[in-house]
Design a protein around this ligand. Structure first.
Ligand code: SF4
Length: 467
């Protein structure tokens, strides 16, 4: 694996979004090439093999109805108007063009539910029309059952609820108390055919509660598809800055291993760079778990055949599996033996409930904005759709204002100003150079600048001066 080399400020400033790929090329090729260049092209690597990009965040608003203490948004975010729908659609088309069907598109923000239901339905529809996978990323406050139902009816596949202590929800002083909110959100999505994901920011204020939270996710595995843990990073407008020493990929992996009591491998499959992403899956029956990917040769072959049958896989997974089984009978025998072992391991739960479900654990390790590792940025599998093309989320976070405050050229030839929400004909009439959170009214401030205005203590090495 490559060694750490950090981008300097000039390199960060010069880092560009991806340009359009030539329309004849294989969409997985670019990521595969980057992974090869950085010695990350192993048989267990699914990025660049089974998909062209892990996921792309489509930020449909910069506004949010919470003020998380570890928010990645810009200090200026609340002053930014929502992107015109025509520009959102253009970015959806750009994602499809760059990465192809099957791409996971996160409808995010800010909180996307601050846009109208009509807008959200059109956005979901546009993503689904390209054969991509729309997911709503929300704090859940405005994600009512009827909204989820309407979005599911036009093609929404996943809903990811962000719930944790960084959100400072009133009346919830621990992650355990927040389980009440999680249960409410599970109930809202139940029966709608949506996969439910939970995002948890892990920081020094809740890291000790992670084992209990893992237990909670396992006990509700029937209703939860994926539990994603995002480690605290020093980036954005939030008031928590320095990363707690106890927060690490290793500790989070250890917690999951200890709670499940299993010998889990977090690099099977490998998703991009292991310092960015660690992933594992378990099968759960009546709270008993068994590892999902413990037969490496079997899964390496399944990933390889999956890559061959990618188009079919994105259309119909059952048919793709059948096609794989017919093409490789030996693989089928090995898979049946694996299945028998799993059934035996879960026999007591199976006898009691007759039910087995898959639960995935994902640990995402964003980088501090002043410590971007070149190889991780170059092999990034989590992009943001900017006006000029998809860009690594970590690099984007390090220079958000450059993108979210920039005037947007609309297809009609006009230029849209994010700070006024108005269109102009003269592209030079709008500039974001002279804007600053210092000049914003309190109602447009969140995070460290709001804390400064209110005289709250900010723990930062480079926070605005405290009064
Ligand atoms: S570079 Fe950042 S956004 Fe991209 S995969 Fe790594 S941690 Fe995630």
């Amino acid at each position: 694996m490559s060694t750490k080399r950090f981008l300097n400020p000039e390199q960060i400033a010069a880092w560009q979004p991806m340009h359009n790929r030539p329309c004849t090329s294989d969409p997985t090729e670019r990521l595969r090439q980057s992974l090869m260049n950085h010695n990350l092209w192993m048989p267990s690597q699914v990025a660049g093999r089974n998909f062209a990009m892990g996921c792309v965040s489509l930020e449909v608003t910069q506004r949010c109805n919470l003020d998380c203490s570890l928010c990645y948004l810009s200090d200026m975010a609340e002053a930014v108007h929502d992107l015109p729908l025509s520009e959102v659609f253009r970015r959806v088309d750009m994602i499809a063009d760059q990465f192809g069907s099957g791409t996971n598109v996160q409808i995010s923000g800010g909180d996307p539910t601050l846009r109208t239901t009509a807008d959200l339905k059109l956005i979901v529809t546009r993503i689904a029309q390209h054969g991509m996978r729309p997911a709503l990323f929300t704090n859940g406050i405005r994600a009512t059952r009827s909204l989820l139902q309407e979005l599911a009816s036009v093609g929404l596949l996943d809903v990811a609820f962000h719930v944790d202590l960084t959100q400072q929800r009133k009346g919830f002083a621990s992650e355990e108390a927040l389980n009440q909110v999680r249960l409410d959100y599970i109930a809202r999505a139940k029966g709608l055919g949506l996969r439910v994901l939970f995002n948890t920011t892990v920081y020094d204020g809740n890291v000790d509660e992670m084992p209990d939270l893992v237990r909670f996710f396992i006990s509700h595995a029937n209703d939860i598809h994926l539990a994603s843990f995002q480690l605290q990073a020093d980036t954005g407008r939030g008031i928590h800055r320095s990363v707690g020493e106890g927060v690490s990929q290793e500790r989070m992996m250890r917690d999951i291993v200890d709670v499940t009591g299993l010998d889990l491998d977090f690099d099977m499959p490998l998703i991009g760079h292991p310092r960015c992403n660690r992933y594992t899956g378990v099968l759960v029956s009546d709270r008993h778990c068994t590892p999902l990917f413990d037969d490496h040769p079997l899964f390496v072959q399944i990933f390889a055949s999956g890559a061959e049958k990618q188009a079919l896989w994105h259309q119909n997974r059952a048919l793709a599996l059948l096609a794989m089984a017919m093409a490789r009978p030996f693989l089928t025998f090995r898979a049946l033996a694996w299945l028998a072992r799993k059934a035996w391991a879960l026999r007591s739960g199976l006898i009691r409930t007759g039910h087995v479900t898959k639960l995935s654990f994902f640990i995402h390790n964003f980088m501090n904005e002043d410590a971007l590792e070149e190889d991780r940025c170059a092999t990034c599998v989590f992009m943001v759709a900017t006006q000029k093309g998809p860009m690594s989320m970590c690099v984007h976070n390090a220079k958000r204002d450059h993108y979210v405050l920039a005037p947007v050229r609309l297809a009609e030839g006009h230029v849209w100003d994010p700070l006024t929400g108005k269109q102009r004909e003269d592209p030079h009439a709008v500039t974001c150079d002279d804007v600053s959170p210092e000049r914003l009214p309190l109602k447009r401030l969140k995070g460290r600048w709001r804390a400064k205005h209110l005289g709250t203590r900010v723990r930062s090495k480079d926070a605005p001066d405290e009064p």
